[in-house]
Design a protein around this ligand. Structure first.
Ligand code: ATP
Ligand code: MG
Length: 764
């Protein structure tokens, strides 16, 4: 016991405290942004452990990104002053991969399965679509892929879909065929796509109650952050994990179940479930997130307690008032109003640039000002709706020598040379994977053409052997020329050697104990040395290829770092980590740099100063959302997420013309801007002050700097009409960018672009 108050409850308000100490079977914490949901979750876990109510290994905490998971771990270790080995703090995807790796054999997979990222899935779909001639029906890897993904998120497989489809629609029948082949090919490749990770775990639990029982027993406390963004498959997974264990399964559990684990009827009671969320921050409907999961929680989990948090601890009142005002325009929501006791703070700063460069220049200048005023670069973030907006921003940041990182931008693992090297590692772990095998065969080029590849693949399929074995037996493939046979056999031998090394073969213990896998860095080094990938790039004496060689060296460094962090973990663990990191978020360390990211990536984070850029119709709300049911509401929630990331300073910026795909078009201010009370915004340059034509921005006389008079008053508004940048008011503004012929003086961007590439490369 403690003397007096539990220190873990210090600094919590009464509602937060209730949420930390509640001990019912299910707890729902609903609250607006910045009200301490994540903090409560963390304290709750710490208290369970500190009070010896649970071992770390009995806790499963689900976060939305790997970055959030790492932060939560750190916070927990800080609160507890001790390690938390055995606790699973991870995303849904990582947790499922860990389960699937252990249980893969239960449903005909091998533990070395590959996880296909979207590029891999698309490559597979491309083949299939070609094979069944579906392109003439308008199928593309992208549209078929997203439909399959959506179905998988609803736990519908090809057979399930076939049962409900419209038989008389040839397009639908064709889609089923694609879907079925896709499923078969994945299985044959011993691969899962990203959506499978969750769906297959659910299937596993449903088909094998004994397997489910192991995890139901292990995870006595399940806690889920950002619950509003769970999709149906994730919801189903939680349901499976929170079922009581029936007596027939209880008997089979090892080690045997003890009396005190049981309830009155001989069952192991359901694990406790805590979820936290904010339906106003649901921004992943396009990936199948279902807001009903949170709305219907009380019905789904009987006896659930509900705690509402109202006080915000993150932002100033001005920022909160803007957030409240914007989200208040969504009608299908529960009313809640964020407030703080910290005071109004500064007004929100608005700026309209003549072009996106003008906008970016303003952002860069303000960041410099903030920095001079003592705000660290790492306390500043710049948000945008689409990745294509980063170019202008990056140019100006580079010119101003402001250090920055792009989170979730062009990712390291998406680079061609990195994918090449990873294809080798993947194939070593999973010699049945055709996508990895095919990529590897052509990188570096070794004179094995598509025909030879097809013959080999055929041989592999007819003999039902691995691709490695097929390569070793290249001499039996009659259609191959002697030179190709030799090349292929040599590569096969290399792979077999590497696979033996990766598995720890060669150093087998006499005692017969399982060998420790070799360090991943060694396996990778073997491949790079034998294939001479780096040397070949260096020999080209091209700066771009030099950068590629450096990236490969960086990959070796990543592998070595992994070997140090997780000694003995080996290749499989490495591949798992990479596929999850690469798919979800970035490895990048953001210390000392300004962070650039999309608003989707920003969820759950906070910064002292936040710039939301491109607050224009067509961008935010995005053009694609305008015609979709609920599209605008979702964009508004995204805006709300963006605003509520800011602690002290918020900037809303836009441009009156924007160049997209080489076309310059006139942009209109976002309807969301008008939803913010005028007095909250200090317009440094309002939309009305910037005309759509003419070389430079002109300041309207009746809108003095900082007057807060909305969009520049009547005069500039009427001028705006003919230049189509007027803020017509109301959401009927048309929602789009009309093409204009504005003369925009762009900076010499050719040079800038290559400087940008070089600079980015150097930073890698
Ligand atoms: P989001 O909806 O954005 O995920 P959240 O509800 O999870 O937000 P937290 O990130 O947990 O909110 O908390 C927001 C900020 O407020 C954090 O900096 C946190 O440390 C701080 N905070 C939360 N509760 C308190 C409190 N009782 N006293 C002081 N600071 C607090
Ligand atoms: Mg949070």
């Amino acid at each position: 016991g403690f003397d007096g108050r539990d220190p873990l409850l210090d600094g919590l308000n009464p509602a937060q405290e209730r949420a930390v100490i509640a001990r019912g079977p299910a707890l729902l914490i609903v609250a607006g942004a910045g009200s301490g949901k994540t903090r409560v979750l963390t304290h709750r876990i710490a208290q369970l452990i500190r009070g010896r109510e649970a071992w770390p290994s009995q806790i499963l905490a689900i976060t939305f990104t790997n970055k959030a998971a790492a932060e939560m771990r750190e916070r927990l270790e800080g609160l507890l002053g001790a390690g938390i080995e055995g606790m699973w703090v991870s995303t849904f995807h990582s947790a499922c991969v860990r389960i699937l790796r252990r249980e893969a054999e239960r449903f005909g997979y091998v533990a070395g399965f590959t996880i296909y990222d979207s590029a891999d899935s698309r490559a597979l779909l491309k083949r299939i679509i070609k094979e069944v001639d579906a392109d003439t029906y308008g199928f593309t890897p992208a549209n078929a892929g997203s439909k399959i993904s959506r179905l998988k998120n609803e736990l519908t497989d090809a057979d399930g879909y076939a049962a409900t489809m419209n038989e008389s629609d040839p397009r639908d029948r064709l889609f089923v065929e694609i879907f079925k082949m896709y499923e078969q090919e994945l299985r044959r490749a011993n691969a899962f796509d990203f959506d499978d990770l969750i769906g297959q775990t659910v299937h596993l639990f449903r088909a094998h109650p004994d397997v489910a029982a192991v995890y139901q027993r292990r995870f006595r406390h399940i806690l889920v952050d950002e619950y509003q963004d769970t999709n149906h498959a994730q919801y189903a997974l939680i349901r499976e994990l929170t079922r009581p264990i029936e007596p027939d399964q209880v008997e089979r559990l090892v080690p045997p179940v003890r009396e005190r684990e049981l309830d009155g009827s001989g069952r192991v009671p359901a694990s406790s479930l805590t979820v936290v969320g904010d339906s106003d921050q649901s921004i992943y409907a396009f990936r199948g997130a279902d807001i009903r999961n949170i709305v219907e929680f009380e019905r789904d989990f009987r006896g659930a307690e509900v705690v509402k948090l109202e006080q915000n601890y993150r932002s100033t009142q001005n920022i909160l008032s803007a957030a409240n005002a914007v989200i208040g325009n969504n009608f299908d929501r529960q009313e809640k109003n964020l407030f703080t006791t910290e005071g109004d703070g500064e007004r929100i700063v608005g700026f309209t640039g003549y072009s996106q460069h003008d906008e970016a220049r303003f952002v860069a200048e303000e960041i410099e000002d903030l920095h001079r005023a003592g705000v660290a670069y790492s306390d500043v973030a710049v948000f945008y709706r689409t990745n294509s907006q980063t170019r202008a921003l990056e140019e100006l940041l580079i010119r101003s020598a402001i250090p920055y990182r792009v989170l979730g931008g062009t990712k390291f693992y998406e680079r061609a040379e990195i994918k090449d090297a990873m294809a080798y590692l993947t194939s070593i772990a999973n010699p049945y994977d055709p996508i990895a095998w095919s990529r590897m065969l052509g990188a570096p080029k070794r004179g094995v053409g598509p025909m030879a590849e097809a013959h080999l693949a055929n041989f592999q399929e007819t003999h039902a052997i691995s691709f490695h074995d097929a390569m070793l037996r290249a001499d039996e493939v009659g259609a191959l020329g002697p030179k190709v046979r030799g090349t292929v056999r040599a590569l096969g031998e290399l792979l077999v050697r590497a696979a033996r090394m990766a598995a720890g073969g060669g150093a087998t213990d006499v005692s017969g104990e399982e060998a420790t896998p070799a360090p991943v860095g060694d396996v990778l080094k073997l491949i790079l040395d034998e294939t001479e990938m780096i040397e070949k790039l260096r020999a080209k004496r091209d700066p771009q290829d030099d950068a590629r060689a450096e990236n490969l060296e960086e990959l070796v460094a990543v592998a070595r770092e992994f070997d140090v962090k997780q000694p003995g973990a080996g290749l499989l663990a490495f591949l798992t980590e990479v596929s999850l990191v690469a798919a979800a978020d970035d490895l990048d360390d953001t210390s000392g740099t300004v962070s650039l990211m999309t608003m989707h990536t920003a969820k759950g984070l906070e910064f002292k100063a936040v710039f939301i850029t491109g607050v224009e119709e067509g961008l935010l709300p995005h053009q694609m959302s305008v015609d979709e049911v609920g599209g605008i509401s979702e964009e508004r929630r995204l805006m709300y997420v963006g605003i509520t990331r800011a602690r002290e300073r918020l900037y809303l910026t836009l441009a009156s013309t924007r160049a997209t795909f080489g076309d310059v078009s006139v942009a209109m201010p976002s309807r969301f801007l008008q939803e913010i009370p005028e007095g909250l915004i200090d317009w440094r340059q309002s939309p009305g002050e910037v005309t759509g034509r003419g070389g430079s921005s002109s300041r309207a006389l009746n809108a003095p700097r900082g007057s807060g008079s909305g969009y520049g008053g009547a005069a500039s508004r009427s001028r705006g009409v003919d230049s189509s940048v007027s803020f017509s008011g109301g959401s009927g503004a048309g929602g789009g960018r009309s093409s204009g012929s504005a003369a925009v003086s762009e900076p010499a961007s050719g040079n800038m672009q290559s400087a940008l590439d070089k600079w980015r490369e150097r930073k890698r």
